[in-house]
Ligand binder design. Structure first.
Ligand SMILES: [Zn+2]
Length: 460
């Protein structure tokens, strides 16, 4: 087998492969924004030219009956089925088992075949032979919109693998809207991707009580990046650059900034870190049940009768450690149900009640970081429905969480502050440009469209 292969005119074979067009698997794009059903783009597959071609060029094609025939490489596109391996797929394409084995071994150099997803399209390449038979020469696939992986026959010594990544540009996208039911829904209506909205809510969870602070009519603004390839394919989201909440008329802007020592964080307009020692919303804020207009199911605030604050959310919603500390109590009681208390320093503790269950490794003495999942919302103990009952304790006594504000004290100064103010101005300019572009691009729409929020990415 090997000796016969060694006589093949490898250079000609490579030229045919290189001339072939790679079919990108648009159907398996990971980004919901990615266009579906559009014509595939033509670009050259990544076949390394340095595949020992010099030695192979000396090989002669003695067998007139079985040389490569002229004509395009035969492309067979198959999808990975449920429970199938890549070997199964290659067998379905009638690739000889030893070739398939060698090709998959070459793939492992650049990509773990176990990471192939069900539905992944794989293009299997065959070279037509003069005898009328077809010869397996490699396969290609695009695991995501930015990457393509290519396996090609390499002379007489098996297969070679390569991987190419498409360069992306970061396109700033502005969006804004009015909050009617929840910030998360307002973001969705404005076309803001979920991952960006999650980052937005996470960054405001230090300072905003998402259950009580938002009122109908409050507004938000956001500037984030979209990743776009040269051929216009959208390839997911980049960074959240700027966000602002306007709560009862007060603007709360935050800006992304990278300090000289390379740390990336968010700061308010004065260059103060948005971080606090305790989260104001120690729960996934995207899943909070709106308190608006719930006359019969009040979401309780702090009072003499109710020494904590309640967050309404579906059973199973993650609960976060409000701050770094040590688990003091993790046990079940008749009134609090599954209950966790975290000691943050000699004075301050926080407590979480009615959990459906504790998170793994949450037990007395365990250390937790701010934002670690400690348990999940439930309705254990004396509770009328799924919610988190959250308490802040000062020297062992419950206090109004609102009375405890523990800023980190981190503030940009001197040249760092100047650099931040410059970055802030350029972000604000980007937001205005992106927003005016979005208004120009807007087609005439009912007046309510603006209130719902619009951006360039969505038709309003
Ligand atoms: Zn409560």
């Amino acid at each position: 087998m090997r000796s016969r292969l060694s006589r093949l005119p490898t250079l000609a074979l490579l030229a045919i492969i290189t001339a072939g067009a790679l079919m990108p698997a648009t159907g398996v794009a990971r980004n919901a924004d990615a266009p579906n059903g559009r014509a595939p783009h033509t670009y050259k597959p990544a076949v390394k030219p340095n595949t020992g071609a010099e030695g192979a060029a000396e090989a002669k094609d003695d067998n007139e009956d079985d040389g490569p025939a002229t004509g395009p490489v035969d492309r067979r596109i198959l999808s990975i089925g449920r429970g199938d391996t890549l070997m199964d797929l290659l067998a379905t394409a009638n690739v000889p088992a030893n070739d398939a084995h060698d090709a998959v071994a070459a793939l492992r150099e650049v990509y773990n075949p176990r990471r192939l997803q069900v539905g992944q399209r794989v293009t299997v390449l065959f070279e037509p032979r003069r005898s009328g038979a077809r010869k397996f020469v490699g396969f290609e696939f695009a695991p995501d919109p930015l990457r393509s992986v290519s396996i090609a026959r390499k002379g007489d010594t098996g297969f070679t693998s390569s991987q190419t990544e498409k360069p992306v540009t970061r396109k700033p996208v502005a969006a804004q809207g009015v909050i009617r039911s929840s910030l998360f829904e307002a973001g969705a209506q404005a076309g803001v991707p979920i991952s960006v909205m999650m980052a937005f809510i996470q960054n405001f969870s230090y300072d905003v009580d998402f259950q009580r602070d938002l009122q109908p009519g409050d507004r938000f603004e956001i500037l984030y990046e979209k990743l776009v390839t040269a051929d216009g394919t959208q390839a997911g989201e980049g960074e959240l650059l700027y966000a602002s909440l306007t709560l009862s008329g007060d603007d709360m802007p935050i800006y992304r900034f990278k300090t000289r020592d390379g740390r990336v964080d968010y700061y308010n307009g004065d260059g103060e870190s948005i971080r606090r020692a305790l989260l104001r919303t120690p729960i996934d804020g995207a899943r909070i049940t709106s308190g608006f207009g719930m006359r019969h199911h009040p979401i309780l605030g702090f009072s003499k009768m109710h020494k904590g604050v309640d967050f309404g959310a579906p059973t199973g919603t993650p609960i976060y450690a409000a701050g770094r500390g040590t688990i003091e109590i993790a046990e079940r009681s008749s009134s609090y149900g599954n209950y966790v208390r975290i000691r943050h320093n000699t004075e301050i503790s926080t407590a979480y009640a009615h959990m459906s269950r504790f998170a793994k490794s949450i037990q007395r003495g365990a250390r937790v970081d701010q934002g670690d999942i400690i348990g999940y919302v439930g309705t254990t103990g004396r509770s009328t429905g799924p919610h988190l009952h959250y308490e802040v304790l000062k020297a062992g006594h419950q206090v109004n969480p609102r009375s405890v504000d523990l800023p980190t004290g981190e503030k940009l100064e001197g040249r760092e502050l100047q650099a931040f103010q410059q970055a802030r101005r350029s972000i604000e300019k980007m937001f205005e440009e992106s927003r005016s572009g979005m208004q120009l691009a807007r087609t005439p729409a009912p007046a309510s469209a603006e209130e719902k929020g619009c951006n360039k990415a969505s038709s309003c």
